[in-house]
Design a protein around this ligand. Structure first.
Ligand SMILES: NC(=O)c1ccc[n+]([C@@H]2O[C@H](COP(=O)([O-])OP(=O)(O)OC[C@H]3O[C@@H](n4cnc5c(N)ncnc54)[C@H](O)[C@@H]3O)[C@@H](O)[C@H]2O)c1
Length: 250
């Protein structure tokens, strides 16, 4: 039977593209998100080419629910061999502008969320002696981005968590890898642009951040997820792989 992959944030953007790509690779994909309508759309896309997927509603800020949904996935769908932590949020603010609530929310989804899903899933991977965990971090975990204090801190933390998991569990047959995208045209970026005083100027500025002069596509990040999770990625462990159109080369 095909291996099970769990993808958080699967209702939108990079998570949806990663879920579709892993399904095309032959995985049965557990689609996790709090956006139920978006999950149904992702499942429909996967089933459209004969792939297998099932939705699991989950708010990653609820630690008890992370445990129970992980058990539900294992029992009803199968023990995961691949976990892709994609769900994330951002707040546009310097340290001085960041409220306690926003700091807590960004850290809860972007850093504590992957910690909780990993802690719940690792025992299932250890039982089988194999597993791959892919964390979608950001270039914001490697360099400072303007007015993204909590976001950058959360993504730098996620890269640190990735390395720690790799160090602790490499000899158990587990790999853990971070991917650091540059600006990728998703629903998230669409909302940022829609809220800008001059959306076209904001789009041009976001595109210009990449050396390539354009934003990335969700599929370009999903291709890296598939590579890392697949057999050709077997020598990649504990790395923070940059997929950013050259954004951090300067
Ligand atoms: N788009 C970019 O430019 C970009 C660049 C670098 C990194 N990233 C990272 O990629 C990931 C996905 O970004 P995207 O652009 O596809 O965003 P998106 O907003 O399109 O998708 C994020 C998904 O996460 C889900 N989510 C948010 N909070 C959740 C929670 N508490 N529980 C469960 N699900 C939750 C949302 O419902 C949504 O479906 C994020 O971690 C983001 O930081 C994005």
């Amino acid at each position: 039977m095909s291996a099970v992959a769990v993808v958080t944030g699967a209702a939108s953007g990079i998570g949806r593209a990663a879920a579709v790509s892993l399904a095309r690779d032959g995985h049965r994909v557990a689609l996790v998100d709090l956006d139920v309508a978006g999950l149904a759309e992702t499942r429909a896309r996967i089933e459209g080419f004969g792939g297998k997927a099932q939705e699991f509603e989950l708010d990653l800020c609820d630690p008890l629910a992370v445990g129970s949904v992980t058990r539900e996935i294992a029992v009803t769908f199968g023990a995961p061999e691949v976990l892709v932590n994609v769900a994330g949020i951002g707040v546009a603010a310097t340290v001085l502008e960041t409220s306690d609530e926003d700091w807590g929310r960004v850290l809860a989804v972007n850093l504590t969320g992957p910690f909780l899903t990993t802690r719940a899933t690792l025992p299932l991977m250890l039982d089988r002696g194999r597993g791959v965990i892919v964390n979608i971090a950001s270039v914001g975990g490697l360099v400072g981005l303007s007015r993204r204090a909590a976001y950058c801190a959360s993504k730098a933390g996620l890269i640190g968590l990735t390395r720690a998991i790799a160090v602790d569990h490499a000899r158990d047959g587990i790999r853990c890898v971070a991917i650091c995208p540059g600006t990728v045209e998703t629903e998230w970026v669409g909302k940022i642009l829609a809220g800008a005083p001059d959306p076209e100027a904001a789009r041009a500025a976001m595109a210009a951040r990449q050396l390539d002069g354009r934003m990335g596509t969700p599929d370009e990040i999903a291709a890296m997820v598939s590579f890392v999770a697949g057999p050709e990625g077997r020598f990649i462990n504990g790395a923070a792989l940059v997929v950013d159109g050259g954004m951090t080369a300067v």
